[in-house]
Design a protein around this ligand. Structure first.
Ligand code: ADP
Ligand code: MG
Length: 537
């Protein structure tokens, strides 16, 4: 395999001394940075000893405040304080409007259809806001180590689409952080537990954070994690438990629900600290504006039980979507601060029929796994002593779709090993087979790309056009070997082949194809618009 480059970013292939690479969990509610030091992956703390950085950014006319103090100021200065910016990443202004009107910001549009938040420092894109969070974490890592950061593995939710991933990368670039790789959050959690050293198996990752619930089912095959299915609820998390306790306080104390923003903030603060205290204590004294009472864990459990039930329902759906049975799941990993709550652990254990893994702090586990991966990617020695190298695929891999167009499944320079899946469907009523045509190249028309293989998937149950769901999986292993499989999800019929992605292509051919893709980029767009019209006609 001449063509698979050993591409350690900016480095020659000599042996390296230990170099600082970190893992960053850029979360909706909280962010943190971890590093692999002295044989251990651990989160880095700020000068006050705090590991968790609330993902809150407040813009002042002359400075930027990030973290806890910014979060606390949210109710005082809502227009200039951005919370949960992750929800806006890679979204257009119209997407954001659909997200709901609960966001207090003044949005302005930009030429890229990106929502910009109007602050005292002028319009800020979600990418800039995220970059401001990343800068703080970068500074933290560099001041602890006393050296410049080589790079970072930044985690993203498994369901993040290309635009959301790209936005995350752009934020890193803006913060001066070299992205070694974007890693799926559930995969990072699995790596933290060392599950990638184990044999094959299916793993469930239950992630209940501040504002979101994600459940992911991964399959591990030969050290490669494949996302079988993801799901969850983007409006379910620890914040809802805070609201539930706040509601209980209002009712018990006979308060009016018409509270000022700062009274509301105070109430939620009280509710949140009560909730967190109830994780360790079975009863907590609650004080609010001269009123006081006891909240027991038993009452708290009753308040949150319906929400936990909702998360478990989503789990059952996703396990079904993944096409696996509960008995196939070899491990359940708990992620997210809210999985500290005893009832959550109990309910998950009962539903999955096994004790979930909780030994690693659930709000640090993602960053810890990302740091392990980062350390490996920059070529520092692992416990085993072997030197792992980072490989990339030299040219994009994809499939032929309607109209003779190339749909990229794995883009060039993606580090390997890698697994990507994409769903396709039939375009004719009663269609029972499809041709899978595997291609490599950067151009949009298949005629300008290199054909690697063709195979057919037969036995698709006869359905109306668009009803079948054909999941195509591209897997490139550490040796650069590509295998492609296609599976019709309702019937489970499956075909797979193995192809060598770069056989026969020389380095100069690759250079030529890359040049071509830039030179002809405009022509290709024009032709694909034309073809698009032909297909529609
Ligand atoms: P995200 O991934 O959304 O950024 P985290 O994983 O950091 O968020 O989870 C934050 C949530 O975890 C908050 O709602 C917080 O109150 C909750 N949490 C943190 N510690 C505890 C605890 N000891 N008991 C209950 N909930 C907790
Ligand atoms: Mg998280």
């Amino acid at each position: 395999m001449v063509l698979l480059k050993i591409a350690e970013p900016g480095q020659s292939s000599q042996l390296h001394q230990s170099r600082l690479a970190v893992g960053i969990d850029l979360g909706t509610t909280n962010s943190l940075v971890a590093a692999f030091r002295g044989g251990l992956s651990e989160p880095l703390s700020d000068s006050d000893g705090q590991v968790i950085l609330p993902s809150a950014v407040r813009y002042h006319s002359d400075r930027i405040e990030v973290g806890k103090s910014a979060k606390l100021a949210a109710s005082l200065d809502p227009l200039n304080t951005v919370l949960s910016v992750k929800r806006l990443m890679g979204r257009s202004l119209s997407d954001v409007k659909q997200l709901g009107s609960r966001l207090p910001y003044h949005f302005v549009s930009s030429e890229f259809h990106m929502p910009l938040i109007n602050t005292v420092q002028g319009p800020k894109s979600p990418i800039e806001v995220s970059a401001d969070i990343l800068k703080v974490l970068r500074f933290r890592a560099e001041s602890i180590s006393g050296s410049a950061l080589i790079g970072a593995v930044i985690t993203v939710p498994a369901y993040f689409d290309d635009a959301q991933r790209q936005a995350t990368k752009d934020a890193a670039k803006l913060a001066g952080v070299n992205v070694l790789r974007l890693l799926n959050e559930p995969t990072a959690a699995a790596v933290a537990y060392g599950l990638d050293h184990h044999a094959e198996g299916v793993i469930a990752i239950y992630d209940l954070g501040g504002g979101t619930f994600d459940i992911s089912i991964l399959r591990l095959t030969g050290g490669v994690f494949e996302v079988l299915a993801t799901g969850g609820d983007s409006a379910l998390g620890g914040d809802d438990f805070d609201y539930a306790i706040a509601g209980w306080i209002i009712t018990s104390a006979g308060l009016s629900t018409d509270l000022s923003p700062s009274a509301q903030r105070n109430l939620l603060e009280t509710a949140c600290s009560t909730k967190e205290a109830l994780t360790d204590a079975i009863s907590v004294d609650v004080y609010y504006c001269g009123w006081s009472a006891q909240l027991t864990r038993a009452v708290f459990d009753v308040l949150i039980e319906p929400m936990i039930a909702r998360s478990l329902k989503a789990c059952r759906r996703v396990v079904r979507d993944a096409g696996v049975g509960l008995k196939d799941i070899a491990a359940v990993v708990m992620v997210g601060g809210s999985t500290r709550i005893p009832l959550v652990r109990k309910a998950v254990a009962k539903d999955f029929g096994r004790q979930p893994l909780t030994e690693i702090d659930p709000d640090q586990v993602v960053a810890i796994g990302a740091a392990i991966q980062a350390n490996t990617l920059v070529g520092n020695k692992r416990e085993g002593g072997e030197l792992l190298l980072l490989d990339v695929i030299p040219l994009s891999l994809g499939l032929e779709t309607m109209g003779g167009l190339m749909e990229k499944i794995i883009s060039r320079n993606t580090t390997i090993p890698v697994v990507r899946t994409q769903d396709f469907t039939t375009h004719q009523d009663g269609q029972t087979s499809i041709m899978i045509h595997v291609l490599q190249g950067e151009r949009e028309l298949i005629d300008d790309c290199r054909s690697l293989a063709r195979f057919e998937l037969h036995g698709i149950p006869s359905m109306v056009a668009g009803a079948a769901k054909i999941r195509v999986t591209f897997k490139v292993d550490a040796d650069g070997l590509l295998s492609v499989s296609a599976r019709e999800l309702s019937s489970g019929v499956e075909t797979r082949i193995q192809v060598k992605p770069s056989c026969g292509l020389t380095d100069s051919k690759i250079a030529e194809m890359l040049n071509g893709s830039f030179k002809y980029a405009d022509d290709d767009k024009f032709t694909s618009v034309l073809r698009g019209q032909q297909v529609d006609a």
